[in-house]
Design a protein around this ligand. Structure first.
Ligand SMILES: [Zn+2]
Ligand SMILES: [Zn+2]
Length: 196
């Protein structure tokens, strides 16, 4: 069967033809399969010129790190601790547990939107696609986490989660906001904009 939603893009460096799906057209990260050159060099350059605001887990200072420096073990300008860059661009929500909560949420370099859910909750199932899409669209700026309250009783107790779905915003190691119920994607962005 033909793949109707793809286009052939010729590499600007080696001229090899690359089959690119429609949703990847113009993507900064699209690379030539033969020589690894960026297929859309202008977009790749613009992406590298972007800066990311990473909070230091040690002193709490916010550091502006250019995209070009992310792979070079960036350090905090204030205390010189290493800035964590792992999972910065995770396109999916991070699975948050009793065990990794401190590392993934309290010490996150990005503000965190944490979605508490339970397997038996039908409303939660309806919110999952919204949260997943929000995670994909806000990667590099916001960390989105998912917390299964049934599997993580310590956190459910610590934050008195009595109903699901429930949303939390954490920033700089502290709980900033908590909201019961479901929100639309644009509402999530409005809420998180205060922390960017
Ligand atoms: Zn090439
Ligand atoms: Zn620091």
């Amino acid at each position: 069967m033909n793949a109707p939603n793809t286009e052939i893009v010729h590499c600007p460096s080696c001229n090899a033809g690359n089959r690119i799906p429609a949703e990847r057209m113009g993507a900064a990260s699209a690379k030539c399969g033969k020589c690894q050159a960026a297929l859309f060099p202008e977009r790749a350059a613009a992406h590298a010129a972007e800066a990311y605001k990473l909070r230091c887990a040690q002193c709490g200072a916010r550091n502006r790190v250019p995209g070009t420096r992310l792979d070079a073990a960036p350090k905090c300008g204030k205390c010189h601790a290493s800035l964590p860059t792992a999972e910065l661009f995770a396109p999916q929500p991070v699975m948050v547990t009793d065990g990794n909560f401190e590392a993934k949420v309290l010490k996150s370099p990005l503000p965190v939107l944490l979605f508490a859910w339970a397997p038996w909750c039908p409303t939660c199932g309806a919110v999952v696609p919204i949260v997943d899409q929000f995670a994909s669209e806000s990667k590099g700026r916001i960390r989105v986490g998912k917390l299964n309250v049934d599997a993580n009783p310590q956190l459910a107790g610590r934050y008195s989660i009595m109903s699901v779905p429930f949303l939390f915003i954490f920033d700089n190691g502290e709980l900033r906001e908590s909201m019961p119920g479901a929100l639309q994607k644009h509402e999530l962005m409005l809420k998180m904009a205060h922390y960017l």
